[in-house]
Design a protein around this ligand. Structure first.
Ligand SMILES: *Cc1c(COP(=O)(O)O)cnc(C)c1O
Length: 431
């Protein structure tokens, strides 16, 4: 029986009103109502066209509704959408093989989740299992995971506690214990940081939400050496940066390619738009067993994790990224973007940070009229949207360029022309 209440208003509301009435207000949403996408373009309900350099925040690796992805979903949807992880659907195993053999290149095993936060929770749980197996000198299990200031690892109780940004945690105390945050890219701060209870270090090789901060190769190498010295697990959060976005299969490979991490988490771009996340554990020997075997039957699970529909979709996306070498294309587009922006000589831009198509344009906030409660980044992003370019901010004075890995040079030029005009217009009143 349907539930009917006389207190609900007549259903004559527009989309914005529906959100206000029925959706929890956790997001500060723009008024845009997108209804259709194709490649790098997105259309709103009034038929206005946008160049989408947000890509669902680095999710739509192949752009919107890529025929290869659409066909993979259509085919799998008409064959088998979901079965339990009590059984062995083939697409999940094929996807794990694709990831391990062609994108990580180090022997190990994958667990499938539904988001980046869940993938990081899985790494945190794995670290605790390792800390039980390899306790501190006094015999007590190790459990502490070191992460870094300005990091972002997700919104679950575990991944939020791991995150090194107070604004994410506000009002949700008590935090899950067992995390400590160090300054990012600060080699000197590392050495004295390891406590008896420390068991792992988790970091984004390129911080995404924190403003596009690229770790130096010295920093990654120092962390790797520290992990070896103190028997710590080294985990990379590649949720935003992995799978071609930074030009290489993985972001750390673009910085210190020889490092062999013990665990990696992913989500965002790996599904091209279907909700999937994953973590990988290296086949590292732990006494007479391996690290993945510490996560045995009953230790972890997810009803939806790696179901046939999302696994088939993700497999199609990852094969396309590999076979079309979209990482190399991302590097070519990065070079073109950097060259164009430096030719402008605009004082409003202080720096272009990032790798491949994970780029942050840092602004000189003093050059903009910023109303109370806004930031230079939000002012620029709002104006760009009005002109027809979507891109997300990253912190108060940086906005991101995250086009699909399939973006063409002509689309890049069209987007950059809008950026140039916008920055010139917004800084004209100043000098
Ligand atoms: C987005 C993001 C997450 C969280 O992913 P969700 O799918 O939103 O849970 C974790 N780590 C990094 C680096 C991210 O960019």
């Amino acid at each position: 029986m349907p539930v009917v209440s006389a207190s609900f208003p007549e259903n004559l509301m527009n989309t914005t009103e529906l959100y206000q009435e029925y959706v929890l207000p956790t997001y500060g949403r723009f008024s845009l109502v997108p209804v259709r996408g194709e490649g790098t373009y997105l259309w709103d309900e009034d038929g206005k066209r946008y160049l989408d350099f947000c890509s669902g925040i680095a999710v739509c690796s192949l752009g919107h509704c890529h025929p290869v992805l659409v066909e993979a979903i259509r085919k799998q949807a008409s064959t088998l959408i979901h079965v339990s992880n009590l059984y062995q659907p083939p697409s999940q195993a094929e996807l794990a093989q694709e990831i391990v053999e062609h994108h990580v290149g180090i022997a190990g095993k994958v667990f499938f989740a539904n988001s980046g936060a869940e993938a990081n929770d899985g790494l945190i749980k794995s670290a605790r299992r390792y800390g039980q197996r390899r306790p501190a000198a006094n015999g007590e299990a190790r459990y502490e995971v070191i992460t870094f200031n300005m990091s972002f690892h997700g919104r679950t109780l575990g991944s939020m506690a791991a995150t090194g940004q107070d604004k994410i945690k506000q009002g949700f105390d008590p935090m899950l214990p067992g995390f400590r945050h160090l300054p990012f890219d600060d080699v000197a701060a590392l050495e004295s940081a390891v406590a008896p209870e420390t068991v792992a270090i988790l970091l984004e090789p390129i911080q995404g939400e924190g403003g596009i901060n690229v770790a130096s190769s010295e920093f990654l190498r120092a962390i790797s050496a520290l992990c070896k010295k103190h028997d710590l697990l080294l985990f990379f959060d590649e949720v935003q940066a992995g799978f071609g976005r930074c030009g290489q299969a993985m972001a750390w490979r673009a910085i210190a390619p020889e490092i062999e991490p013990d665990g990696i988490s992913w989500a965002k771009g790996m599904g091209g738009g279907v909700p999937i996340g994953a973590f990988w554990l290296r086949d590292k020997l732990v006494d007479d067993v391996t690290l993945p075997s510490l996560m045995g039957p009953g230790s972890h699970g997810s009803t939806y994790g790696g179901n046939p529909l999302v696994s088939a979709a993700s497999l199609a996306v990852l094969k396309q990224i590999r076979e079309q070498d979209l990482g190399a294309h991302a590097l070519a587009m990065e070079a073109h973007i950097r060259q164009t922006i430096s030719s402008w000589n605009l004082p409003a831009i202080t720096e272009v940070r990032g790798l491949g198509l994970l780029l942050g344009i840092a602004l000189d906030a003093t050059k903009f009229d910023v109303p109370e409660g806004k930031t230079a980044a939000s002012v620029v992003v709002t104006e760009l949207m009005q002109r027809g370019l979507l891109c997300p901010p990253a912190g108060p004075a940086t906005f991101r360029l995250l086009p699909p890995l399939t973006v063409t040079e002509a689309e890049v030029d069209e987007a950059l022309a809008m950026v140039h005009e916008t920055l010139q217009t917004l800084t004209q009143s100043q000098s």
